[in-house]
Design a protein around this ligand. Structure first.
Ligand code: CU1
Length: 522
């Protein structure tokens, strides 16, 4: 495909019009990544406010309502403004390149998918300045609390609709591209793993975004049009909203995690100089995780008073996810086994994902178990858990992919020393930030609270110090990216030595320097 619409009779468009009208997948990928990075810092600044308030017991910096707005917006911005757009940016850049397509299948739709996003993001943040203020009921928007948000409430709903439309249109584009535009000979089971994970993610998006849109529209009609879907006074049930929300919300977790799995399934083989172990099983495990993600939603609701049979079903279904996830972790480890490994920044982040996401998986099993979940529900333990899955699972993977592909995107090598510094400061401060929150939760500290009992003071202070360090460390990433975009040492044809031409879709038997080789030291 060409970029014809990016030209008029007088040649290529220039200035701002070029970016507004572009249909080029690389331009659009860049814009997604820039928005994601900007929103990462906006959402991050809100996290800094949260950790600053929690540095000590007592109310010192912000009032409780503003604190609740911060936790709500931090989550919404990080999920919809930072992590998802970052992976869509990766998809725009890499999916056409990886399948040998000249561009996305629907380039003008691609332009529109992107341009919905910055307006939705700005509208979401602007609710902070509206009469009554930004939503403060948590990103899960449970009624009836969320409807007391005031004037910002309908803007919140509209924002969610815009973000959902952007995601659905993007997902349609990705599916159409992958299904129709693969180079001759690239059968489905020869596609790079990143392409596979995005194909499956796109189906998840199309399946659950409309449910989310429906649920928030029901909130809206309850508030303004006299319906009573979630209003007990009119015969409704607020728990119905939780069912609808989590039918979207649990697959949403995998919408953020599957592309992450895709990225590290590209990176680990490169830096182990071996094909991905168990490629086909990786594909099937991804599909299995996606399927299971639809049938486990009420594990977020064990304490609403559901029948014991319901609790048992959702518990068993949830724990089942450990099987395909275990297949993946095993395959990553088997890929590294006796590989010629080197540890450049992308590999460090990939290893960070494998180790720390898996740890988040363990605490997930603890909470997916109905009888024990009652202990952890709504405590800081769950805050610790989902930050292990979404920060060290998804955000680390965004860093991993960014470092891995920056030389390809910019033509310049990034600063490896600064990259490694970024990784180590990030990994260490991440654990200082979130590991103590397990202890706080187990000791009984509730989540979404601006003040706490004195007994929680010590670990909160440790956590906040880790938080500030984590925030500062991200400025290094910003600097590395700006430096690489501006120039420097040109990237070589084979950036990651010895990995070029890796036929990583090869199936077993593994190559000679793998399992079958005699140990080097005997
Ligand atoms: Cu879930």
């Amino acid at each position: 495909m060409n970029t014809a619409s990016n030209h008029d009779a007088h040649g290529p468009k220039s200035g701002i019009m070029r970016w507004i009208t572009t249909t080029n997948h690389k331009d659009i990928g860049n814009m997604y990544l820039i928005v994601a990075l900007a929103m990462f810092f906006v959402g991050g600044a809100m996290a800094m406010v949260i950790r600053a308030e929690l540095f000590q017991p007592g109310l010192q910096l912000v009032n409780p309502h503003f604190f609740n707005q911060m936790t709500t917006l931090h989550a919404l911005i990080m999920v919809f403004g930072a992590v998802m757009p970052a992976f869509v940016g990766f998809a725009n850049w890499q999916v056409p390149l990886m399948i040998g397509a000249p561009d996305m299948a629907l380039p003008r739709l691609n332009n529109w998918s992107f341009w919905l996003l910055p307006f939705a993001a700005v509208m979401l943040v602007s609710t902070l300045f509206m009469e009554g203020g930004a939503p403060a009921a948590g990103w899960t928007m449970y009624p009836p609390l969320v409807q007391q948000t005031g004037d910002a409430f309908p803007f919140l709903i509209f924002t969610v609709h815009l973000l959902g439309m952007s995601s659905i249109l993007g997902a349609i584009n990705i599916i159409v591209t992958i299904v129709n535009m693969r180079a001759p000979g690239m059968t489905l089971l020869k596609m790079p793993m990143f392409v596979w994970t995005w194909l499956i993610t796109a189906f998840l998006l199309i399946a659950v975004m409309p449910v989310f849109a429906g649920a928030v529209t029901m909130l809206l009609t309850d508030q303004y049009f006299g319906t009573s879907f979630f209003n007990t006074a009119g015969g409704g049930d607020p728990v119905l909203f939780q069912h609808l929300f989590w039918f979207f919300g649990h697959p949403e977790v995998y919408i953020m995690i599957l592309p992450s799995f895709g990225v590290i399934s590209q990176v680990i083989p490169t830096f182990a100089r071996k094909p991905l172990f168990g490629y086909a099983s990786m594909v099937y495990a991804t599909a299995a995780i996606a399927f299971l993600s639809f049938i486990v939603w009420a594990h977020h609701m064990f304490t609403v008073g559901m029948p014991i049979s319901g609790q048992l079903y959702f518990m068993y279904a949830t724990v089942l996810i450990a099987v395909p996830t275990g297949v993946k972790v095993f395959n990553w480890l088997a890929t590294m086994w006796r590989g010629s490994m080197t540890f450049e920044t992308p590999m460090l982040f990939a290893l960070g994902v494998v180790v720390m996401f898996t740890f988040g998986g363990f605490t997930g099993v603890m909470m997916g178990t109905a009888p024990t979940d009652v202990q952890y529900h709504d405590s800081y333990f769950i805050v610790a858990h989902f930050h292990y899955t979404l920060v060290s699972g998804a955000v680390f993977s965004v860093f991993c992919g960014a470092y891995y592909w920056l030389p390809k995107w910019t033509g310049y090598m990034y600063d490896e020393k600064l990259g490694k510094l970024h990784f180590w400061l990030t990994a260490i401060s991440f654990n200082v930030l979130f590991f103590p929150q397990h202890f706080l939760g187990l000791a009984g500290m509730p989540r979404r609270i601006p003040d706490y009992a004195l007994q929680f003071a010590d670990w909160n202070m440790v956590s906040s110090i880790g938080g500030f360090a984590f925030g500062l460390a991200q400025l290094i990433f910003l600097w590395v990216v700006i430096k690489a975009v501006r120039g420097g040492e040109p990237a070589s044809d084979e950036v990651w030595e010895g990995a070029d031409g890796l036929e990583w879709t090869l199936s077993s038997p593994p190559p000679y320097h793998s399992f079958n080789e005699a140990p080097k030291v005997s």
